[in-house]
Design a protein around this ligand. Structure first.
Ligand code: CA
Length: 232
């Protein structure tokens, strides 16, 4: 299997290392794009269909850990941390934050490419696919990096719980989410049949996103099962 179509984001402020990585990617036929800062990386993640990220932890503006944390808000894309830091503590922290693998400088092109192939294979095996940082359904838009919600281009003030609920739906557009599943994802525990707490949260959210909460256009009720964000 070849990965010639994969698009790799290289986040590295050291130009020598960046050139080395790009040269290696190029030799294998990967397409790539580069960023020298964390902010630059986050904006490219919004505008480009990135499949995998190679991330240096020591960036001039924000810590690489922060980049991992933000990306994991909305994407399960493979992240391979590339860093001079070889302490086990750093390594473990990056993996805990959601990185998939860790390369310590200096590394060979062969090792780099092998790790990329493994990460992509593992990701696709789990049924992974691209997620965008900003998704729009009708007039409703979510920005996962900024944790903001917009309705008809106006920023909407939602509570953290409402945001969590809405982002769960945006990660599952068009799919029916059962009440039990939502309770588990949002409250982190199995609330069993206590659906009252979800109904109250849903009512509050609908008042904000729906013109007519009694006849919802975005998140519809699947009677006896759960809810679904419509795929427009
Ligand atoms: Ca660096």
């Amino acid at each position: 299997m070849s990965y010639y179509n994969e698009y790799v984001l290289v986040v590295e402020d050291d130009m020598q290392i960046r050139n080395f990585i790009c040269y290696a990617l190029n030799s294998e036929g990967f397409r790539y794009i580069t960023a020298g800062t964390g902010q630059g990386a986050l904006s490219l993640l919004v505008s480009e269909p990135i499949d995998l990220m190679l991330l240096d932890l020591g960036l001039p503006d924000v810590d690489g850990m922060e980049v991992i944390r933000k990306v994991r808000e909305w994407s399960e894309m493979p992240i391979i941390v590339v860093s001079a830091r070889d302490q086990d503590k750093e390594k473990a922290a990056a993996l805990d934050q959601g990185a998939d693998d860790y390369l310590t400088k200096p590394f060979s092109a062969t090792e780099l490419l092998a790790r990329i192939r493994v990460a992509l294979r593992h990701y696709y095996k789990q049924g992974g696919s691209r997620t965008q940082a900003i998704i729009q359904v009708g007039g409703l838009r979510i920005d996962f990096n900024k944790r903001l919600v917009y309705l008809d281009n106006q920023e909407l003030h939602v509570t953290p719980m409402e945001y969590n609920l809405l982002s769960l739906f945006f990660k599952n557009i068009g799919r029916v989410l059962t009440t039990k599943y939502i309770l588990k994802e949002i409250w982190g525990v199995d609330y069993g049949s206590d659906t009252q707490v979800l109904r109250a949260l849903m009512a509050g959210l609908r008042r904000k996103i729906e013109k007519n909460p009694a006849k919802p256009r975005y998140i519809v009720t699947e009677v006896g099962v759960g809810y679904r964000l419509v795929d427009e």
